[in-house]
Design a protein around this ligand. Structure first.
Ligand code: TMP
Length: 236
């Protein structure tokens, strides 16, 4: 499968059309942004890590019954995925307090929740991705009630599968962001990526951060964290 024309360039990926109307090719960049693009940088090799990790995790999830956009990995940075229209919701699941949750509620990071939490943000950089509840999403026509229920159950399923998977690799899945898309026939599938850009990963023993927080917070060893996650998953 070949790239035909570039359809879109996002902060971390480019998307190309193919000869097949139902398929696109995503190409992962090393560009990193944080705080709505205010902070910019490069994480050398990030595109390769995110492409390979995300594809591998999506295949695990498919086997567990979660439909995803994944079709075929072409090379280290490029993957064929189903063409979808993205539901403009960032779906965030949390197992442990961190980031904006800790800030919003004035608590420390690292509180282990008895049950995972879910929240939605409206995917809109100009508005800084405001928090949105299910009623807001339905009122604004972002998704139907049935679609929201499906997205919620898929997101919790992703959490239960990946939480166990990463714990076996000595990694705590603290929180993560998912995006869902609708295919031409209206099926909702897991889309975008699952990677150290979109998840918080802490070493199970030391709580060392192995994700994009190292870039967001200028903690150093950013590339090493991505490489370490690659090593945990692929042993290389
Ligand atoms: P938060 O604590 O900043 O709300 O982030 C929660 C999770 O969502 C964390 O794993 C990082 C991820 N995330 C994204 O993937 N994209 C974003 O734009 C933001 C703000 C968070």
């Amino acid at each position: 499968m070949e790239k035909v024309t570039q359809l879109y360039e996002g902060k971390a990926k480019k998307v190309y059309s193919t000869e097949d109307d139902n398929l696109v090719i995503v190409s992962y960049k090393d560009d990193a942004t944080a705080f709505d693009g205010l902070k910019k940088g490069t994480i050398v090799g990030k595109g390769v890590v995110n492409n390979r990790l995300s594809n591998y995790l999506m295949q695990i999830l498919e086997k567990e019954g979660v439909p995803t956009h994944f079709v075929e990995e072409l090379n280290d940075r490029e993957t064929v995925v189903k063409k979808v229209s993205i539901v403009p919701l960032e779906v965030i699941i949390r197992n442990i307090s961190a980031g904006s949750f800790a800030k919003r509620f004035g608590v420390e990071e690292g509180i282990v929740f008895a049950e995972p939490t879910i929240e939605f943000s409206y995917k809109n950089d100009d508005l800084h991705d405001p928090l949105m509840n299910a009623y807001h999403a339905i009122a604004l026509g972002v998704a139907t009630r049935e679609e929201i229920e499906l997205i919620k159950s898929m997101a919790f399923k992703v959490n239960s599968v990946l939480k166990d998977y990463f714990l076996k690799l000595g990694v705590k899945l603290v929180d993560f962001k998912l995006e869902f898309g609708k295919t031409a026939d209206g099926t909702i599938v897991l889309a975008d990526e699952i990677s150290p850009d979109t998840c918080r990963f802490w070493d199970a023993e030391t709580n060392e951060k192995l994700d994009k927080d190292r870039f967001r917070r200028d903690l150093g060893n950013v590339e090493d964290a991505y490489k370490e996650m690659m090593k945990r998953v692929f042993g290389q």
